[in-house]
Design a protein around this ligand. Structure first.
Ligand code: GLN
Length: 222
């Protein structure tokens, strides 16, 4: 294939494989957003599927359902290992709850890794959903059109956590290292910056893993 054809039509190989946890919740929109951002999305239903995956989306839905579905499958442990190993992860809404180190109201953390405390269904009643413009805390970035669906509130942010966006002064998007969590649903609007961040991070991880693998091979060959 010529270089010009390659740039016009990226091959699947050039797209980093990014997993979308597909055990519950809205994952089709994330797959579309990831494709539009240059990744090859892969549906994940078990921990084994994590091989060859360089980034991960934990979608919205019901964190309680995720807790029940994932309980006996080893999936939570596999996801914890992936997070601890530096896997870039975007957790949206229930996905943010899954990443939180602390959940108010007595639930133990699900995956954890993100030093925040969340309060589930904090914006009004169970059915409360709304659209709002949220301010970006990132210098030079424009405001974000955000859709909240029975969203959790980020009640506490740890010292190592960067606030990316706020609604009425309260953090609604945060980042800590390779983990990003949003209280809203970036997959439901055309604003691709969160998925683009994930795809870029996945690309960097693929490169890094390739380098590590290459070094291991060289060491092994000595
Ligand atoms: N209310 C859900 C929960 O607490 C989250 C809602 C969502 O992901 N849209 O798990």
């Amino acid at each position: 294939m010529t270089a010009s054809r390659r740039s016009a039509l990226p091959t699947t190989g050039s797209r980093p494989r990014v997993g979308v946890l597909a055990v519950q919740g809205a994952f089709a929109e994330h797959e579309r957003a990831l494709s539009a951002s240059g990744a090859a999305p892969v549906q994940l239903r078990s921990g084994e599927g994590l091989d060859g995956i360089y980034g991960l989306v934990i979608p919205g839905g019901e964190s309680t359902t995720l807790r029940i579905v994932a309980r006996d499958s080893g999936l939570v442990e596999a996801l914890r290992d992936a997070v601890a190993g530096g896997m870039p992860v975007l957790g949206t809404c229930a996905g943010l709850i899954a990443l939180a180190d602390q959940i108010l109201g007595g639930d133990p953390p699900l995956i954890g890794g993100l030093d925040v405390t969340v309060r589930r269904n904090a914006y009004g009643s169970q059915v409360a959903s709304f659209e709002a413009t949220v301010e970006s805390d990132v210098p030079g970035e424009s405001a974000i059109d955000a859709i909240f669906i029975r969203a959790p509130q980020i009640a506490r942010v740890g010292a190592g956590v960067e606030v990316l966006a706020r609604y009425a002064g309260t953090p609604v998007a945060v980042r800590q290292g390779t983990l990003v969590g949003t209280a809203f649903h970036p997959e439901l609007t055309d604003d691709r910056r969160f998925h683009e961040w994930l795809v870029n991070a996945a690309r960097a991880r693929r490169e890094q893993m390739g380098t590590i693998l290459g070094e291991e091979r060289r060491v092994g060959a000595q």
